[in-house]
Design a protein around this ligand. Structure first.
Ligand SMILES: [Zn+2]
Length: 551
């Protein structure tokens, strides 16, 4: 028993530190023999970097002699990039998923989905719920000319006979379950088809009622475990930093979808892990507000009682978004509550972020922002880095207007990759990059879009969706320009460009060693980009994914 306990303690320590540490109090790591793309000034590619403490100390040369405390990791010629930054996603919601959420968002076939579920089942005690809620589209599971579909109840049973399974698309379904799940849901009065199908649609619907039943089973300990799973998944893809954009205010009823959370309790698991020094990703928070009271008392309370840009290198508050008050403008006009809330954020001097989805909404947002700015004393919102997110249809005229306000545009690829069409295409990556406005990438995972940054980068580079149709021709970027949007340019969106986004002396030692050389178009085809993962992810000088010994 004692020996087993010691062995367990040793293996935990090995996970937390880059290999056996002769001097536990000293973090001194030398990465050698790599193709390390710094993405810093001059775009240098170097073969070694030295990490001391939680920051890069030397890049490209090592003048400081190694000591007996230096841990040397031979990258064996592998390609490394700065840790990827996702400037707009919903990792907090992902952490709160009931059951053991299993990401199937990168699956390219039904067989892929089943393989992922089989592997998950093998690692979990019988009877535990296996779920996958949001982030994928059935479009990606069946190559054309086949019709998109879910796996069936029989297929799910074939790989998970001992676990109840629940797989839900998007905010509110549809969904599918297996035999064990069907028994559970039917006992709760929810209609499940013979093939395991659970209907979606307007909320509440059978899917949101099923989701409500699963949420009733969940404890804070489950939420902490889910949040750790979410961070582990992110690290496996080379991600190291996220700007979370909140969730819709939950009603606590069966009308809540995948993107709803209790805005007063949603951060409990994250804060508990932070207190336990268990965060393995850097998390930044925007607070989402959509109250309908035109006086916006809730937003006022937030702005009066919370410090913006407060926190530390692992967990920090950024601003308000991706909703400010009420619903965002759809097309045509702003609501009074939204205008009032927006003015409040401007007067408080906070960063603000709104999403744009249509060919008209960004015009209302940016014109209203300009009007509010004009009524404020200089510099108004110009130093607050207000951001329009997604913006698939944004035009040059409005990019120029937003640039004049000191704003930036957050763009995404994975959403259009899994569900985009010739009409639902964009964003205009090339126009935005040429305009000189701050532009950075995000996933907007994990409801309507995958977290996987490599699916997003594939879309930026090819303009091609999961059905193999080119839908964004003329607006693609080359690979080197594309990955800058996930790294070097994303520090600006957090207000942390001096600390994050590139591999340069003095910046936080965040880095991903890739499974394939993303930059080598001869050896790694465009399609291969979708399958890239990280084999070793380092956050603040600590290995959070992979093993130096397994390179
Ligand atoms: Zn979002």
């Amino acid at each position: 028993m004692a020996l087993a306990a010691v062995a367990a303690a040793v293996s935990t320590a090995a996970l937390a530190q880059p290999g056996p540490q002769p001097c536990p109090a000293v973090r001194d790591v030398l990465l050698t023999n790599g193709r390390i793309h710094t993405l810093g000034i001059g775009n240098a590619v170097v073969d070694q970097v030295r990490i001391v403490g939680d920051r890069f100390a030397e890049v490209g040369t090592s003048r400081t002699p190694t000591t007996s405390c230096t841990r040397t990791i031979d990258l064996k010629g592998r390609t490394a990039v700065p840790g990827l930054i996702d400037n707009h996603n919903h990792i907090v919601l992902l952490g709160l998923r009931p059951g053991h959420d299993t990401r199937i968002e990168s699956a390219a076939s039904i067989a892929d989905v089943l393989a992922l579920l089989r592997a998950r089942a093998a690692a979990l005690p019988a009877g535990e719920w296996i779920t996958s809620i949001g982030g994928f589209d059935i479009n990606q599971f069946v190559p054309p000319p086949g019709m998109p579909r879910f796996p069936t109840l029989a297929e799910l049973d074939s790989v998970t006979p001992n676990h109840p399974v629940y797989i839900q698309m998007s905010f509110a379904g549809p969904s599918v379950t297996n035999t064990r799940g069907k028994q559970f849901f039917e006992q709760a009065g929810i209609e499940v088809g013979a093939d395991g199908a659970i209907a979606g649609g307007g909320m509440p619907n059978p899917t949101t009622r099923a989701l409500f039943e699963l949420r009733k089973l969940q404890t804070l300990a489950d939420q902490k475990r889910g949040t750790q799973d979410a961070m582990r998944y992110a690290a496996s893809l080379g991600l190291t930093t996220h700007l979370d954009q909140g969730g819709f205010p939950a009603t606590g009823t069966n009308a809540d979808g995948a993107a709803h959370f209790d805005r007063y309790r949603a951060y409990d698991a994250l804060l508990a892990l932070y207190a336990e020094h268990a965060l393995t990703q850097r998390i930044r928070l925007n607070f989402l507000h959509m109250e309908t009271d035109v006086a916006t008392p809730e937003l006022a309370a937030r702005l009066n009682n919370v410090f913006p840009h407060y926190g530390d290198d692992l967990l920090k508050v950024v601003g308000i978004g991706e909703f400010t008050a009420g619903a965002s403008p759809i097309i045509g006009q702003a609501t009074e509550v939204w205008r009032n809330g927006t003015r409040r954020v401007a007067e408080a001097g906070w960063r603000n972020e709104n999403h744009s989805l249509t060919p008209g909404d960004f015009k209302v947002i940016i014109d209203e922002w300009a009007q509010i700015n004009a009524s404020l004393p200089a510099p108004g919102i110009r130093d607050q880095r207000w951001v329009v997110a997604h913006a698939p249809f944004i035009t040059q005229e409005y990019v120029d207007k937003l640039k004049a306000l000191g704003g930036g545009v957050s763009v995404l690829g994975g959403w259009r990759y899994i569900s985009g069409t010739a009409q639902q295409n964009g964003p205009p990556f090339k126009m935005l990059a040429d305009s000189g406005i701050p532009i950075g990438m995000s996933s907007d995972g994990m409801q309507i879009s995958p977290m996987n940054p490599w699916l997003g980068l594939y879309y930026v580079v090819t303009g091609m969706n999961a059905r193999g149709e080119v839908i964004n021709a003329g607006q693609t970027l080359d690979r080197a320009a594309a990955i800058r949007l996930y790294t070097a340019t994303n520090g600006w969106f957090l207000g942390e460009e001096g600390d994050l986004g590139t591999i340069e002396p003095g910046k936080y030692a965040d880095l991903a060693v890739l499974s394939a050389d993303y930059f080598d178009a001869g050896a790694v085809t465009d399609a291969d980009i979708k399958r890239i993962t990280s084999v070793l992810t380092i956050v603040g000088g600590q290995v959070v994914h992979g093993s130096a010994d397994a390179l």
